[in-house]
Design a binder for this molecule. Structure first.
Ligand SMILES: Cc1cc2nc3c(=O)[nH]c(=O)nc-3n(C[C@H](O)[C@H](O)[C@H](O)COP(=O)(O)O)c2cc1C
Length: 731
């Protein structure tokens, strides 16, 4: 069954029960505090847990001439109805050890009474109860379909609780909180349904009725109540209530209601006259009530409140996700069989669609006839000559749902004219199979002998910069001049915070046109080396990202200055003490590992910035080797002080340098190849390799690492990548 069937079921159930679930959750939150407020009242007496029924009944009998009823509630409060020496009627809570009167019973507040009726029946009596029961069942189905969606998303039951990547607030927390509150929600819904069935008498119920042999009943041997063996053996905590004999006739007896049975006891001899064990249904009913209401347990009540609160969040986040998916619709101006250009989109959560739509609009503007549709809707398009694919990747390098049959369709579908194709992959470095499905699509077209117009292009985390690079290549190859209006693709700067320039090195004195800038966040902010700094040079939607190092609590960037560089020119123009606004983005997939056997840091150029910070953070002195590629010896000058200090403090074990603009030039991948057995051993022993720098360097290094892994460890690099031993942040 495909993920979409489960998703539609999940959504349909949520939509159909939304109002009831909302009301039940709001009132559920209020009601969860009822047991808590009760438990906080001072009516539980010391010694309750160790007292026996014999002790309590004996002290009551000695203290009061008459006791007519005794009850113990879920909070272990003992209430009774007694007549005192001076003939007064006393009703309320008592101390079970001393029989001292503690106070009147407290009625639930008006708020709790109101919430209870609304929760149980929506003030609609039987009809309301029916709907609440039904909605409880629907919520159960929502929870089950949600759990199935999580299993499908995680690709296996075993990975149910594995880490998930946070790339969308609503989606991330929907899954994280869904996993946390799954069990309480299942418990709430099953018990809710059970209690409803009970109310409608749909469960077998047996009323206990005692048969006492009155012929054989005897007043002797008479015993004091504290000597009744049966009462001595019953802990008070097991008792629900006691009915006292009406008179001193021997035919009148004690009836004791326990948690699992009822017994009838001779008031003179203490003999057990009858015993009825409760059937399973009665025990389950009592358990259901406790589990559903949280009565008697502050911790369980808090868990129930948390689950109800989460249900409200699921309503919000679920609808937010649906709205986002709905917004990302594909709309066409031309009929599909009239178009020369076909854009095919593969998307699960809709974020790829604005990119495809923007491209579609530009092609239309350029006077082309274009049709845009989902990958699964691939067919023989009568006029097509150019196919452009924009697709995300899911699971372990798999297609999104709306592209899951595409590769098969591609094999069996022929176009009428020779076609050219280009594939743009949207994915994330956080996953080992980066943009794998896009590569599969590219391979699929190649297998059909179609003309590859542009090589497959991979975009990390919806990077606008990368998308523009691809547009640039497309323009160059096609002769078109498409310009993507960026506003719609990137939201304007949010959550920016002020940073002050502490120091900046001089760009002129560096042969690589590189400078280091150190910034102090104006307010205390939690960040780590490897996080990203988003800079907004024109204070608009255009952002530039820089990998940061944390050095002495400050943000340190290494920036290469380009003459027309939008971001680098702006940063270079900032003078000492200048204050500007930027946003720190957490990038936990690229943090220095806190526990590992050895770390190999591989960088070129400005990619060293986060690594300098990481060597500062490596106070536990994890064995760390830095492989660093630069142009020439002088290029190192700006970093020398920091690196020497790290080496001296043993926070950096060894520095391996490769210079690319000298005689016998070398690249970092050459250094890695020289140290191949060492690199292989590092990965074999669960060490970590981190990469930061240019995409060209990344490509070269990945090739070399793969060769090393295959040769020395007989494993592909992806094996270590899936174990999160390879971390990358390249641009
Ligand atoms: C559960 C899940 C699995 C993913 N698996 C991969 C993957 O294997 N490779 C990859 O490059 N990206 C992966 N991604 C990232 C998405 O492809 C990326 O966020 C993409 O921009 C989403 O596009 P969409 O919103 O159009 O579906 C995954 C995302 C999620 C939520």
């Amino acid at each position: 069954m495909t993920i979409s069937i489960w998703r539609y079921s999940h959504l349909a159930l949520a939509v159909s029960s939304f109002v009831f679930v909302f009301l039940a959750s709001v009132t559920g939150i209020v009601l969860a505090f009822q047991p808590i407020s009760e438990q906080l009242q001072p009516f539980k007496s010391d010694g309750f847990d160790t007292a026996s029924l014999a002790e309590t009944l004996s002290v009551f009998k000695k203290t009061y001439p008459e006791v007519t009823a005794l009850e113990i509630d879920k909070n272990d409060f003992v209430s009774a109805s007694v007549i005192t020496e001076d003939n007064k009627n006393l009703n309320g809570y008592f101390n079970p050890i001393t029989a001292e009167y503690l106070g009147e019973k407290v009625e639930p507040s008006k708020l709790f009474q109101f919430a209870t009726t609304l929760h149980r029946s929506l003030f609609l009596k039987g009809v309301g109860r029916f709907f609440v029961g039904l909605c409880s069942f629907l919520l159960f189905l929502i929870a089950v379909s949600g759990a199935i969606l999580i299993i499908k998303r995680q690709r296996s039951f075993k990975k149910f609780f594995s880490k998930i990547v946070n790339d969308n607030f609503a989606q991330y927390w929907h899954v994280v909180l869904g996993r946390l509150s799954l069990i309480p929600i299942i418990v709430i819904t099953i018990t809710g349904v059970y209690l409803s069935l009970l109310k409608f008498n749909l469960l077998p119920e047996s009323k206990a009725s005692h048969t006492v042999d009155f012929e054989a009943i005897s007043e002797t041997p008479i015993q004091e109540i504290e000597a009744f063996t049966v009462f001595k053996n019953i802990p008070l905590a097991d008792v629900k209530s006691v009915e006292f004999p009406f008179s001193s006739d021997v035919e009148d007896y004690y009836t004791i209601y326990l948690k699992d049975k009822e017994i009838v006891v001779n008031q003179f001899t203490g003999e057990v006259l009858s015993e009825i064990k409760y059937p399973l249904v009665t025990l389950i009913s009592a358990l259901s009530l406790n589990l559903h209401t949280g009565k008697g347990s502050i911790i369980w009540s808090l868990i129930l409140a948390f689950a109800c609160l989460n249900i409200l969040f699921f309503i919000y986040s679920g609808f937010a996700m649906t709205l986002k998916r709905q917004k990302a619709k594909l709309r066409n101006k031309f009929k599909k069989h009239k178009c020369e250009y076909i854009i095919l989109v593969g998307s699960e959560n809709g974020s790829t669609i604005p990119f495809a739509n923007a491209f579609y609009k530009q092609l239309i503007k350029a006077g082309k006839k274009v049709y845009i549709t989902e990958l699964n809707k691939y067919e023989t398009f009568k006029k097509v000559k150019h196919i452009i694919v924009f697709t995300a990747t899911y699971g372990e390098g798999e297609p999104p749902t709306n592209a899951n049959t595409f590769l098969e369709q591609l094999k069996s579908t022929e176009q009428l004219y020779p076609i050219s194709f280009s594939v743009v992959g949207f994915g994330s470095y956080a996953y080992p199979d980066f943009c794998q499905f896009a590569l599969d699509v590219d391979r699929g077209f190649k297998a059909k002998k179609a003309h590859q117009f542009l090589p497959p292009f991979k975009i990390n985390d919806r990077s606008l910069e990368a998308f523009n690079q691809w547009i640039y290549s497309f323009n160059k190859a096609s002769g078109l001049v498409l310009e993507i209006p960026q506003k719609k693709l990137v939201s304007p700067p949010k959550q920016t915070k002020a940073l002050q320039v502490i120091s900046k090195t001089d760009v002129v004195s560096n042969p690589d046109d590189t400078f280091i800038i150190t910034l102090k966040p104006s307010r205390k902010q939690r960040f780590n080396s490897g996080d990203l700094l988003a800079v907004y040079p024109e204070n608009d939607y255009r952002e530039r990202l820089y990998s940061i190092g944390k050095v002495n609590g400050n943000v340190q960037l290494s920036v290469k200055h380009y003459r027309n560089g939008f971001g680098s020119n702006y940063i270079n123009s900032l003078q000492e003490n200048a204050v500007f606004k930027a946003r720190i983005i957490r990038n936990s997939a690229f943090h220095f590992p806190s526990k590992t056997t050895r770390v190999l840091l591989v960088a070129n150029g400005t990619g060293i910035a986060p690594f300098i910070g990481m060597t500062h953070e490596n106070t536990s002195k994890i064995e760390t080797h830095l492989y660093y590629g630069l142009r020439e010896k002088q290029s190192l000058n700006v970093y020398k002080k920091d690196l020497d200090s790290a080496l001296q403090k043993k926070q950096l074990t060894q520095l391996h340098l490769a210079f690319s603009r000298v005689e016998n030039k070398q690249y970092v991948q050459d250094l890695l190849l020289e140290d191949a057995p060492f690199v292989a051993e590092t990965l074999k022993n669960n060490g970590v390799v981190m990469l930061c720098g240019s995409l060209a360097m990344q490509k070269g290094v990945l090739q070399v690492l793969n060769v090393i892994c295959e040769k020395y460890n007989q494993k592909p690099l992806r094996y270590y990548q899936s174990k999160k031993q390879l971390k990358m942040d390249c641009y």
